[in-house]
Design a protein around this ligand. Structure first.
Ligand code: FE2
Ligand code: FE2
Length: 216
């Protein structure tokens, strides 16, 4: 390479770096990424709670809303979030021989969750009556009962330990990788779309207004 060309190449470098800068600003760490996905999961659990309450009483359970909520769980939680945990987190703990019992239970719960979602999808049909309502409410209650402690344990034990396990540099690299995978699997703005979707479901059930949850 001629000296002039080399200088031109070097001069071009900061431009490339400057072009990448805005992306660095919006970078999300793996822990933050996974925890805000749990936020979406939590909001679906609210939808499940409300639907179970309606099923156990005599109210319209809005099975259309429930079917959409279960589809969101399928796509965003089972198809993306848990896949990420199973591919990027669990094997690292197993290889290091750390938190292996916890990881084993978490794995079993992912599998159990998928089975309960199967039940919910099958039962969430219009015109559900009698024992079907009780059965569906039971599936929803089981799902909520398992996932609240599941995600709380991941947030407070697994994710902090993950940061320690891989070290700062790898942790940052994984943050970028997680984002790439999110785009690949869910398209641009996958998280934002999931938030918008769950907000619509809450609205349909009349549980969107946050102020309604404040005690008088
Ligand atoms: Fe999990
Ligand atoms: Fe999780």
């Amino acid at each position: 390479m001629k000296r002039r060309d080399l200088l031109a190449a070097v001069a071009a470098l900061p431009v490339v770096a400057a072009g990448k800068k805005p992306k660095a600003k919006e970078e999300v760490t793996p822990g933050e990424d996974l925890m805000r996905e749990h936020g979406v999961l939590n909001r679906v659990l609210l939808v499940y709670d409300e639907t179970a309450r309606r099923l156990e009483g005599q109210e319209d359970p809005r099975t259309d809303v429930l079917a959409a909520a279960a589809a969101l769980i399928r796509r965003f939680i089972e198809g993306y979030h848990e896949k990420l945990e199973e591919a990027q987190l669990f094997p690292r703990f197993e290889k290091a021989g750390k938190l292996v019992e916890l990881v084993s239970v978490l794995r079993q719960q992912h599998a159990a969750g998928r089975r309960v979602t199967d039940e919910i999808v099958k039962l969430a049909v219009p015109g559900i009556v009698g024992t079907g309502r009780i059965q569906l409410a039971g599936s929803l209650r089981k799902f909520v009962r398992m996932y609240r402690p599941h995600e709380a344990r991941e947030d407070t034990v697994l994710f902090p330990a993950f940061h320690d396990l891989v070290g700062q540099k790898e942790y940052e690299r994984l943050g970028e990788q997680f984002e790439d995978e999110e785009h690949k699997l869910l398209g641009e703005g996958g998280f934002e779309k999931a938030v918008a979707e769950v907000a619509q479901l809450e609205q349909a059930l009349g549980i969107f207004d946050l102020a309604k949850f404040t005690p008088p």
